[in-house]
Design a protein around this ligand. Sequence first.
Ligand code: ZN
Length: 149
Amino acid sequence: MKHDVLEPRFVKAVPCDLEPGVLYVSMQYGTVVHSCCCGCGFEVVTPLTPTDWRLTFDGESVSLWPSVGSWNLPCQSHYVIENNRVREALQWSTARIEAERTRDGQVKAKFYARQAAIEAIDAPVIAPVPPCPEVRPTGLLAKVRRWIF
Ligand SMILES: [Zn+2]
């Protein structure tokens, strides 16, 4: 790894030109972006969602979990970011990468199906408003009016 330590930088928006060795954290967009730690210069995006990565900030350093596997990049880098340190991880076989993609897709499908079911339950039920009962005046004057008209 060319960069074995990352400096966390909390930003509103991630800049177009990434500074190597910096881990850009955008809470507004729920994402973490950095230039690949191998030094290849490719951008690595790790979205923060319930089914993707989780970021831990202890006030001084950040950790990102699970590991970062850049399977779509030529370098195929795989590493763990823990307390600002980059720890190289084992290379994965093509079969393992495919198995992980399948597992990830299943986890996402299950999570979002459950979310949709919860939202459907929580959705307000729009019931028809019952018609107001006819209120008829009952006084002597009303009786006289009904009798005349
Ligand atoms: Zn790389």
